[in-house]
Design a protein. Structure first.
Length: 400
């Protein structure tokens, strides 16, 4: 009698390339595939060989497969937009320029459903669909943790087959997983991908929240990965505790955000991601527009409150974007500027030297986040110069 479980669903790709999109789990007609988390907190497929009938649907739905990569990628447009929501209040509530909320709000007002990343009651990040603008507010704002898509691909498929309008937003591997799961590009489906820096470990985030709760004497109620209230788009993290206290930190001071930004806690497949490229899988791509102010000086003053890179990769994407442009300020830019400004539009980033050790230290219950190798270092000058001085200098630079 053979082993009951295999950790690989098929044999032409190594496990390290798996994106954890859960397309295979959702498409299996026998329920033979589960996605337990490994010791780093990332989900990987495990197959029950007693239930498997070798139908091959898991492989056909997987975004690691070369045929799926070529099938769903779109050519790069010749121009992109640097764009931001005309409503400053909405822009301030968003991570970048507020374009996702504007596009998704328009979709809901047309009777559509929007799928995106949200927090559950335990601050775990997961995907689900919403049909009201009030619910949409929970999907707004970046969540720098790998989102659990759960059964959202299957749920979206049921809606599409009923003729409902569906928007699905996520990382490019999630969008590729959705499209491969569906097997066809529905007319009533619109997809929005982001230029992904890598998906951090849900376990690392959960452990960090626990550490913060112990450190501050109260459980964490809300975590804002980029809070604009203190100094606009400048990189601040805010933690709201259940006792009402509000803690704000520069990214350089917040342990979790530091390790995310330097790439220490990403999934293994992120370092070889086939979707870190200029050809995109979504109908629309949204992101920060890095370094664009170097080429378009009028963008310098807009950086304070954030703006989006908007790439319209299909006619569907272009039509939806054009429909909401009355609420958008924008500057048309050469796509080459976007590609040159963001390495993830050219190729994936390499795994940092500290990555493996960081995950080893994650399970160190005696030191954990207090370990000196986990804690980040700031330069002597950066520790001496007050935040307000740095922000004043940045504002002067922006208007020069």
């Amino acid at each position: 009698m053979g082993h009951r479980f295999r950790i690989k669903v098929y044999d032409n790709k190594p496990q390290s390339l798996c994106y954890g999109c859960k397309a295979c789990e959702q498409i299996c007609p026998r329920g033979a595939i589960s996605m337990p988390a490994d010791r780093e907190g990332f989900w990987y497929p495990e197959i029950n060989t007693y239930l498997c009938v070798d139908c091959g649907l898991c492989q056909k739905s997987c975004p690691t497969q070369d045929e799926n990569l070529m099938k769903w990628l779109h050519p790069m447009p010749s121009t992109v937009d640097a764009a931001w929501n005309r409503c400053l209040e909405e822009r301030l509530k968003s991570t970048s320029g507020g374009l996702f909320f504007l596009i998704a709000e328009s979709w809901i007002k047309q009777g559509g459903i929007v799928f995106g990343a949200d927090f559950d009651s335990e601050l775990r990040v997961f995907h689900h669909g919403v049909g009201r603008v009030e619910e949409l507010k929970n999907l707004r704002g970046s969540k720098y943790v790998q989102s659990d898509v759960r059964d959202s691909f299957a749920e979206a498929e049921k809606m599409l087959m009923r003729g409902e309008k569906v928007m699905y937003s996520g990382t490019p591997c999630q969008i590729a997983g959705l499209k491969s799961f569906l097997g066809t590009d529905y007319d009533n489906l619109i997809t929005v991908d982001l230029v992904c820096h890598g998906v951090p470990s849900p376990l690392f985030f959960a452990e960090y929240l626990q550490w913060c709760g112990d450190k501050f004497g109260s459980p964490v109620k809300k975590f804002l990965f980029r809070d604009k209230k203190r100094s606009g788009w400048r990189a601040y993290v805010s933690i709201i505790l259940k006792n009402g206290l509000h803690k704000s930190f520069k990214v350089g001071e917040d342990l979790y955000s530091h390790h995310f930004h330097v790439g220490n806690i990403s999934r293994r497949s992120c370092y070889s991601c086939q979707y870190s490229r200029g050809e995109r899988v979504g109908d629309i791509t949204l992101s920060d527009f890095w370094n664009s102010e170097k080429y378009y000086r009028e963008l310098k003053k807009e950086r304070k409150y954030g703006y989006n890179l908007v790439m319209c990769n299909t006619h569907k994407g272009r039509n939806l974007y054009e429909a909401i442009k009355c609420g958008v300020e924008f500057i048309e830019c050469d796509t080459k500027v976007a590609v040159s400004g963001d390495v993830r539009l050219r190729h994936p980033e390499e795994a940092p030297d500290l990555r493996e050790e960081i995950f080893e230290l994650l399970n160190d219950r005696e030191q954990g986040f207090d370990n000196r190798k986990v804690r980040q270092k700031q330069s002597f000058i950066r520790r001496l110069v007050p935040d307000f001085v740095i922000n004043v200098v940045r504002e002067i630079q922006a208007i020069r």
